[in-house]
Ligand binder design. Structure first.
Ligand SMILES: [Zn+2]
Ligand SMILES: [Zn+2]
Length: 136
């Protein structure tokens, strides 16, 4: 696992520090989107701003994407391999009303919108709310 993470980071020209490896591993193991606070809870004693900086570097390099699911805290999740965070890479997110967890539905693309003349698409937040498989 460690080597795999190292390679992923190096491919993006990011130096694999211990902090970066850990944040990556946490997001990988959780298989759901996590807020800064939730990631912080996984550590015993770490400066929140260090985690935040790591997330920003990851986000900038399309290792993770951020999700505004309307709960008020931004969440982060790993991107698919080869993701460039282009409109074509965007997918639907699912917020469970019961457990409050946000899942990436990576196989569900955001539907193409025909925008009126003069408007150009940059990004979108497509969040579906309901009950997840865990809470059924
Ligand atoms: Zn749920
Ligand atoms: Zn996602």
């Amino acid at each position: 696992m460690k080597n795999e993470i190292d390679n992923k980071l190096k491919k993006k020209k990011i130096k694999p520090t211990a902090m970066r490896q850990l944040v990556y591993e946490i997001l990988h193991n959780q298989q759901k989107a996590m807020s800064l606070y939730e990631i912080e809870q996984q550590f015993d004693n770490v400066d929140r701003s260090t985690i935040f900086r790591t997330l920003k570097i990851f986000q900038y390099n399309c290792i993770i994407h951020s999700i505004d699911d309307g709960t008020g805290s931004v969440k982060y999740a790993l991107c698919k391999d080869g993701c460039a965070c282009n409109p074509a890479d965007l997918h639907v997110h699912f917020l469970c009303n019961k457990c409050g967890q946000t899942h990436c539905l990576k196989d569900l693309q955001i539907p193409k919108m025909d925008l009126p003349n003069g408007f150009s698409f940059k990004s979108a937040n497509f969040v579906i709310k309901g009950t997840c498989f865990n809470c059924k």
